[in-house]
Design a binder for this molecule. Structure first.
Ligand code: C5P
Length: 407
């Protein structure tokens, strides 16, 4: 199931160069499964044609409250009732000022004012010159619309179309979609702190070489993303991977198992959930060489001795807070065969209430996976699908167990 399947999104464009990004945003929302209806201010039409937005959304673009295609001539009411979320991207300084004052002289501001506020979240993605953004009037208006219930997304930093450099760029379309999905996700983990480990570890041999594995970190990153969407505060402790940090997630980068262990121990103190999805090396080289190990011509390979790494999951699961149920621990098992039996045995061995099995070689580096959830009472299969979709289902399963037992 796509992240926005069946959802209705009203995408509002106000005037600004960033309108060029709204075309891509519209596409991404549609690709995520949403039906999108576009509303544009007159200024927005100077930057982007309604024709483009109508072609991309596949729905009629609405430009005016006087649009007579609406049988009741009340576009502002109809769109608000139809919407599951309203996203204004770009939100100009003027549009934010109109909203702060409750003005309704253009359809977009009127629609925002008339929206059923309890049911329909309003997200604003500001975009403007850095001086306009920093101006006290804009900051005052931003604070006011937030106090009135709008969710104002942060602005990006960097080069602006005007040639200046600073705060005020609109977020990238991918980032805005992540926030729309989060805004529409039930907050089953609200108020909880979730710690996730992800990716491989890298165990150095000398300054240039080391031992690692094929874990891509995709499952762990998807879990962090899904936990944040579900309302949790998330700390993601990541081994060396090349993946973007999910929106709103605090990321701690580590290399070795020992570093991951230390980062986890520092983070789980206040946490309610710990999910160990990292593929942690069992062994590390006892003595890391200070200089690169070179061939000496004798044909003799260097002899390495190994010591065992701490088992992060088992250590956390043995803590009093975990044993008393205040820190819910979830382990992962990447197996090559006999998934159920291996997962059941691993759950007991690690001392965790929930263990998630997957067939390792079939999932490494891929965007899809299938999961087997094993707890004390039962085993539940989550059929093949995108890792992020499985991660969302797993959050619901964890939340149910936190509330006192599986569904
Ligand atoms: O024992 P095995 O490595 O198969 O167990 C896998 C589970 O234990 C995963 O959840 C993994 O993140 C966790 N683990 C850990 N620390 C280790 C080894 C595994 O947290 N040193």
């Amino acid at each position: 199931m796509k992240a926005l399947e069946g959802k209705h999104v009203v995408l509002g464009l106000s005037g600004g160069v960033a309108c060029y990004k709204s075309a891509q945003l519209c596409r991404l929302l549609v690709q995520a499964g949403a039906r999108v209806r576009v509303v544009m201010t007159e200024a927005a039409t100077q930057f982007m044609t309604p024709v483009t937005m109508q072609a991309l959304s596949g729905e009629p673009v609405v430009l005016s409250q006087w649009d007579l295609r609406e049988p009741n001539a009340m576009a502002h009411i109809n769109l608000g009732r139809w919407a599951d979320a309203i996203v204004v991207a770009p939100a100009s300084a003027d549009l934010i000022a109109q909203l702060a004052q409750g003005r309704a002289s253009e359809l977009l501001a009127l629609l925002c004012l008339a929206r059923p506020a309890q049911r329909v979240p309003l997200l604003l993605a500001p975009a403007m010159n850095r001086e306009m953004w920093a101006h006290p009037a804009t900051q005052r208006n931003v604070a006011q619309v937030q106090a009135d219930g709008a969710q104002v997304l942060e602005v990006g930093q960097g080069e602006q179309a005007c040639g200046e450099v600073g705060d005020g760029r609109m977020l990238e379309p991918e980032e805005i979609v992540e926030d729309v999905v989060a805004a529409l996700t039930p907050k089953v983990l609200a108020g909880l702190h979730v710690v996730v480990t992800a990716g491989p570890t890298f165990e150095p041999i000398d300054p240039v070489r080391g031992i690692t594995n094929h874990s891509s970190g995709k499952m762990g990153f998807a879990l962090a993303r899904a936990a944040r969407e579900a309302g949790a505060t998330v700390t993601l402790i990541a081994g060396p991977v090349h993946l973007p940090t999910p929106r709103g997630v605090r990321r701690v980068d580590v290399q070795s198992a020992q570093q991951m262990y230390e980062a986890v121990m520092a983070a789980v103190d206040q946490a309610s959930v710990f999910i160990a999805a990292a593929a942690v090396a069992d062994w590390r080289v006892a003595q890391v060489a200070e200089r690169k190990l070179k061939k000496d011509g004798s044909g003799q390979p260097p002899s390495l001795t190994f010591v065992e790494n701490p088992d992060i999951l088992a250590t956390v699961a043995a803590q009093p807070r975990a044993r008393s149920g205040h820190l819910y621990c979830v382990g992962f098992a990447a197996e090559s065969h006999d998934l159920l039996a291996n997962a059941q045995a691993k759950r007991v061995r690690k001392g965790v209430p929930l263990l998630v099995g997957n067939i390792g070689p079939a999932t490494f580096g891929r965007d899809d996976n299938a999961l087997l959830l094993v707890d004390e009472r039962q085993a539940i299969e989550l059929p093949p699908g995108p890792k992020v979709a499985l991660a969302r289902q797993l959050m619901v399963e964890i939340a149910q167990r936190l509330r006192g037992g599986p569904a």
